[in-house]
Design a protein around this ligand. Structure first.
Ligand SMILES: Nc1ncnc2c1ncn2[C@@H]1O[C@H](COP(=O)(O)OP(=O)(O)OP(=O)(O)O)[C@@H](O)[C@H]1O
Ligand SMILES: [Mg+2]
Length: 473
């Protein structure tokens, strides 16, 4: 067991080496060239080669979508479709001289079939656990993010209608719809992956779909340390702080790793506590036994029935939570969240979209103002200062790595200004020729005030870690 408690899974396997960069990705090939790519394996398809059958499957899929009239496909019954697909697979295997026995042909046929009725050509990408994001820019450009880097894939859809059919399948799966009058939708795949789809008229070159893959093996603190996101002693400090119910806000830009860190930190919460999570699209994977998960609801076709985060936070407070965990605070619910933190639900946590800890406070202040409460700015700031103790800033750096940049403590008010002090910070020194960002973590030398509370709660933490003289590892 690791030092961060029961949830940790020991050292993570070292990350796989990044795939060879696509040779022709600098300028994006035109659609016909991409179509050819999907049929002929090229260096751009290189990363598919680690799975022997995957390449064949992709190639076959490209051929099937050419040979089968897709608009009729949805009308065929399952059995007939399976039969047709199996026959095509057998023909293909013969032509390509694939060394497959009939059981393997059956298996390949079944997986191609699943791709066709599932999420089409992107199905293999969904199955590949090394892929973090799938970004579809119209039918002929599908990008993935892997190890922090974006790559173009040879995956393509037959045309925009084909892509739209898949988009419809996704949004129908969560009981929503997408059309010209409502061209943007948030949805979630059956496996928990988060999806945003936008179509014409608000996208110009075909449907745009962004999928944040659900991580089957969520990061815990130990794994974040192993990938270099933070040093061990910072992880230990945060673990102790969360365990002793120090209210924490995680701040960062889009895709900087906020939700991942929130999830990892939640591992420090004791199993006897009752937790309520509130999200727009449930992403958190808390390991505690006593969790109530809540999700907002968008308005229906008549624009009615919307349930917003604010109502959920209010409701959560009537459900006797020990802590409320808000996936992302974005608006008016900030007021209710601060109230919760100030009224016996210490240790509540949230993420916020901001680039610096100071910026996070300003944004919180603006959000509270959105709640319609006519509070003077000093009083809002006072509420923030007494509710939130730690702000943890994360960032996606230019080399694609996600790092914890700073742990900052809010210490109170001085006049009209919220006072804060940084405890730990990452200092960039230089960038290597290959683009890697170099630097080190150091303590600032200030002893956090919340240490007293942590000690009262029985947390032992080595004060030597606050020494600014040595780089932290
Ligand atoms: N330290 C890390 N090292 C490597 N990958 C990470 C790290 N932290 C997060 N990730 C990966 O980065 C992606 C984005 O992470 P996450 O969803 O936590 O970001 P976010 O800031 O919450 O994004 P959003 O702004 O979209 O809500 C995920 O695929 C996640 O697995
Ligand atoms: Mg997030």
């Amino acid at each position: 067991m690791s030092r961060f408690g029961a949830r940790s899974q020991g050292p993570a396997t070292p990350p796989k080496p990044a795939p060879a960069p696509p040779t022709a990705s600098a300028e994006t090939p035109a659609a016909p060239a991409l179509a050819a790519l999907a049929k002929e394996p090229t260096p751009e398809a290189a990363y598919f080669r680690d799975d022997g059958l995957l390449n064949a499957r992709l190639k076959l899929h490209a051929r099937l979508i050419d040979e089968i009239d897709l608009s009729k496909l949805d009308k065929l019954d399952d059995k007939e479709m399976r039969r047709q697909v199996r026959n095509l697979v057998a023909d293909f295997a013969r032509e390509e001289r694939l060394p497959l026995n009939s059981a393997e042909i059956e298996q390949l046929g079944a997986s191609v079939f699943d791709e066709m009725v599932g999420l089409g050509p992107i199905e293999p990408l969904l199955q590949d656990d090394t892929i973090a994001d799938i970004l579809i820019n119209g039918p002929f450009k599908v990008f993935i993010e892997r190890h922090g880097e974006l790559e173009l894939t040879p995956v393509r859809f037959r045309d925009n209608d084909h892509l739209l059919r898949i988009v419809n399948r996704i949004v129908a799966g969560v009981g929503r719809r997408i059309d010209e009058s409502q061209p943007m939708v948030d949805a979630r795949l059956a496996d928990g992956s988060r999806v945003n789809a936008a179509i014409a008229p608000i996208t110009i070159d075909g449907a745009a779909v962004s999928i944040r893959k659900f991580s089957k093996k969520p990061y815990d603190l130990q794994r974040l340390v192993n990938v270099g996101a933070m040093p061990t002693c910072v992880a230990e400090f945060l673990h102790g702080a969360v365990r002793s119910r120090i209210s924490t806000v995680i701040s960062g830009g889009t895709g900087s790793g906020k939700t991942t860190l929130l999830n990892a930190l939640s591992g420090a919460i004791e199993h006897k506590e009752r937790l309520i999570t509130i999200e727009d699209a449930a992403e958190l994977q808390l390991q505690q036994p006593h969790v109530v998960r809540m999700e907002t609801r968008p308005p229906n076709i008549e624009g009615k029935g919307e349930i917003r985060q604010r109502e959920l936070v209010k409701n959560a407070l009537r459900m006797r939570p020990d802590r409320v965990i808000l996936g992302e605070v974005r608006g008016e619910e900030a007021f209710d969240m601060l109230q919760a933190m100030n009224t016996g639900h210490e240790g509540s946590m949230a993420t916020i979209h901001a680039n610096t800890p100071r910026d996070a406070i300003t944004r919180l202040e603006q959000m509270v103002a959105m709640s319609g409460m006519k509070l003077p700015p000093e009083s809002i700031r006072g509420q923030i200062a007494s509710a939130v103790t730690l702000i943890v800033q994360v960032m996606r750096l230019s080399d694609g790595k996600r790092r914890l940049m700073s742990v900052t403590e809010i210490t109170g008010m001085e006049g009209n200004v919220v006072q804060m002090q940084e405890i730990f910070g990452f200092r960039r020194s230089h960038t290597d020729p290959d683009g890697s960002v170099r630097g080190e973590f150091r303590a600032t030398g200030l002893r956090p005030k919340c240490m007293d509370e942590m000690i009262r709660r029985g947390i032992q933490y080595d004060a030597a870690n606050f020494d600014p003289q040595t780089a932290l590892t």
